[in-house]
Design a protein around this ligand. Structure first.
Ligand SMILES: *[C@@H]1O[C@H](CO)[C@@H](O)[C@H](O)[C@H]1NC(C)=O
Ligand SMILES: *[C@@H]1O[C@H](CO)[C@@H](O)[C@H](O)[C@H]1NC(C)=O
Ligand SMILES: *[C@@H]1O[C@H](CO)[C@@H](O)[C@H](O)[C@H]1NC(C)=O
Ligand SMILES: *[C@@H]1O[C@H](CO)[C@@H](O)[C@H](O)[C@H]1NC(C)=O
Ligand SMILES: *[C@@H]1O[C@H](CO)[C@@H](O)[C@H](O)[C@H]1NC(C)=O
Ligand SMILES: *[C@@H]1O[C@H](CO)[C@@H](O)[C@H](O)[C@H]1NC(C)=O
Ligand SMILES: *[C@@H]1O[C@H](CO)[C@@H](O)[C@H](O)[C@H]1NC(C)=O
Length: 589
């Protein structure tokens, strides 16, 4: 295969590069901006793979989103492209279909390359179960020979571990281990067991480190360097107290001596806009320089407005022989080691991370790689360019809406919703909606969706003509009541959301395709608007709404479209067209 030959030649250069450049590692420097992967990209795990044409690869957590475990690649550490997803077909891990709770799903993947194979070790969590129920933690391994080919990723190989944040490590004596965090059987700590990654067989788990005293020692990775085993972990929980700590030992089993300079990376107790820094990984580039990645929330210490959730950041790291590494502190603008030469030539189907969307659902097209569902979709509910409505996405309604059953798994009839991550502080997202509801509570619209318990929706919904601002489920309506399509805003969150707004669609717009829009116009607020698609000057702002209701938990906002009958009967489809997402600015301090 030609690719292997080229890769082999390139890797030889990569091996020589440190020798050539190693004498003057400080000679050049780069300026770059955090986050490197903005939006819902938590728990990053990144590697550099000379064998694959000197490419950097990063995986991140996806919780209940599907496709799951996005993979981004870069050749220059500046331009990151979505190249696919490790979890790309339901057969790989059927249980994601049924996870209850918004904090469930895929937690904390670790991506590694070893002897020609990519390995991805992670945990499928069902947070509906209590800690002591071993079925809460489904630890799994995926393997691939080609990160660009979705089908090359195996089905999940399951292994026994009552904890999460699992990470493989290959010892110099040929043994393979998995290290993981926070098992309930012993006090929270970092545990290790020998493992066969191909079969999922694991040995006895032993606690190798209890951390430095922060809550929830987790996110462990072990690195072999200069005859030491360096253990990297996160502590303090994934909120404002989050931090990265390290320890080391001459034996993989310990005892681990604590780094006197801990925490090596944190923004706790600072006023930095980047908070909750932790859950890190380390990799070395082709010039021999070290980099750290971690998650962080752009929230400031107030920690109220962070709709993009936990994002991927990168900092330069200095790692001298026989010493603990020194991590640069995290800011929005960074200077670091010289980057490899700019190169945006990457295989893979997804967009570059900074790109917006101009999507027209042309005949014969497929949904873009970065589009995301909540759990597994029912494929028939999403039809591109049906013959009677070309250049649209047809959505068939789900009986349950975006909240579904108290925010839990919606059952086999699913939830019709597809979106893309909010990746910019400021943006405008808009679509055309062609929808002629016939029955009570048939609804379609746009959503600022964080979880099933946190979303802000603006839709067209069939309601009695004389409804004011009250919602109708619960009311017993007579068949004689006249139903008309109305615009409705409805939000749900653990914090206060504005009351529902129901406004009749103006006479002059009736029967027309509408344009629905959500715009983040400052750091804390969205506006949600509607108007006739053929007369945008008539767009009306329905409301301004704070993003605090969608700033919560482990995930980040997904902007998308939905179609539902809100528990009633109905089958009227909606047709979505001219999908646009326009990035309009990042706040970094
Ligand atoms: C999810 O929650 C629902 C409602 O609480 C429950 O009926 C169902 O059994 C749960 N499903 C799983 C897979 O735990
Ligand atoms: C971790 O803490 C537990 C409980 O206090 C203790 O039994 C164990 O020895 C500790 N392990 C290590 C490796 O420090
Ligand atoms: C932040 O400050 C609190 C209170 O002084 C302290 O308990 C905590 O350890 C500090 N956290 C970090 C990561 O420095
Ligand atoms: C629809 O959404 C509302 C508000 O979020 C929620 O209370 C209700 O249970 C949902 N109904 C169905 C049938 O999905
Ligand atoms: C709507 O109108 C119907 C028929 O005129 C009436 O019976 C009903 O009470 C009205 N409902 C509300 C919410 O005003
Ligand atoms: C609503 O109407 C249905 C059928 O007309 C009836 O069976 C039901 O008891 C009514 N519910 C309430 C809450 O009045
Ligand atoms: C954003 O705009 C709203 C008014 O719509 C205002 O209340 C809020 O303070 C603004 N936020 C910032 C950070 O300026």
């Amino acid at each position: 295969m030609a690719r292997v030959t080229v890769a082999a030649a390139v890797s030889l250069i990569a091996v020589l590069a440190p020798l050539v450049l190693g004498t003057k590692p400080h000679a050049q420097s780069s300026t770059y901006y955090n986050p490197i992967l903005p939006g819902f990209h938590p728990d990053p795990s990144c590697i550099f793979v000379p064998e694959w044409d000197d490419t950097f690869f990063c995986a991140s957590s996806s919780f209940n989103a599907f496709p799951g475990i996005p993979l981004h690649a870069s050749k220059d550490l500046q331009n990151w492209k979505l190249i696919g997803h490790v979890l790309n077909r339901p057969e790989q891990l059927p249980r994601l279909a049924e996870t209850n709770r918004s904090t469930s799903g895929i937690w904390a993947p670790t991506l590694r390359f070893n002897e020609g194979n990519f390995w991805l070790v992670t945990t499928l969590v069902d947070d509906d179960r209590v800690d002591t129920d071993s079925s809460r933690w489904d630890n799994v391994i995926f393997k691939s020979e080609d990160p660009y080919d979705p089908y090359a990723w195996t089905e999940a190989i399951h292994f026994d571990f009552e904890g999460y944040d699992t990470s493989p490590v290959w010892d110099s004596d040929g043994k393979t281990y998995i290290v993981g965090g926070h098992a309930w059987k012993v006090s929270p700590g970092i545990l290790l067991a020998e493992a066969n990654l191909d079969t999922g067989e694991v040995g006895e788990w032993e606690v190798i480190w209890n951390g430095t005293g922060g809550t929830a020692p987790e996110g462990p990775h072990i690195f072999l360097k200069d005859g030491w085993y360096y253990l990297l972990a996160a502590e303090g929980g994934t909120g404002l107290e989050h931090m990265v700590t390290m320890a080391r030992s001459k034996s993989i089993h310990g005892p681990y001596e604590v780094n006197p300079a801990n925490p090596v990376l944190t923004n706790a107790n600072t006023t930095n806009y980047f908070q909750t820094v932790g859950h890190a990984d380390l990799f070395q580039d082709g010039a021999g320089n070290w980099w750290g990645v971690a998650l962080s929330t752009r929230s400031g210490p107030e920690y109220l407005y962070y709709p993009m959730g936990r994002e991927t950041i990168m900092v330069p790291v200095t790692w001298a022989d026989n010493e603990f590494p020194i991590w640069s502190s995290l800011n929005g603008e960074m200077s670091g080691w010289a980057f490899p030469q700019e190169n945006v030539e990457l295989a893979g189907t997804g967009p570059l991370i900074s790109e917006g969307d101009i999507i027209n659902f042309e005949p014969g097209s497929t949904l873009p790689a970065h589009f995301t569902y909540w759990r597994y979709p029912i494929p028939e509910s999403y039809i591109i360019s049906p013959s009677d409505h070309t250049n649209t996405l047809r959505l068939n309604p789900s009986k349950l809406n975006l909240t579904a059953l108290n925010g839990n798994y919606a059952g086999p009839s699913g939830q019709t919703f597809v979106g893309r991550r909010q990746q910019d502080t400021l943006f405008t997202y808009s679509v055309n909606l062609d929808f002629s509801p016939a029955l009570l509570e048939e609804e379609s619209g746009i959503s600022v969706f964080l979880t099933q318990n946190h979303h802000l929706d603006l839709g067209v919904v069939m309601l009695p003509a004389n409804s004011s601002t009250t919602t109708f489920p619960g009311t017993n309506l007579t068949t004689s009541t006249e139903l008309i399509p109305q615009l409705r805003f409805r939000g749900i969150s653990y914090v206060q959301v504005p009351d529902d707004i129901v406004v009749p669609i103006p006479e002059s717009w009736s029967g027309k395709t509408l344009r629905l829009e959500v715009k983040a116009y400052n750091m804390t607020h969205y506006s949600m608007s509607a108007g006739p698609a053929d007369a945008l000057s008539q767009m009306k702002t329905i409301l301004d709404v704070s993003n605090a209701p969608v700033s919560w938990g482990f995930s980040g906002v997904i902007l998308g479209v939905y179609c539902t009958t809100n528990g009633y009967e109905g089958s009227t489809p909606a047709y979505i067209s001219e999908w646009r997402y326009i990035p309009q600015g990042q706040f970094r301090n």
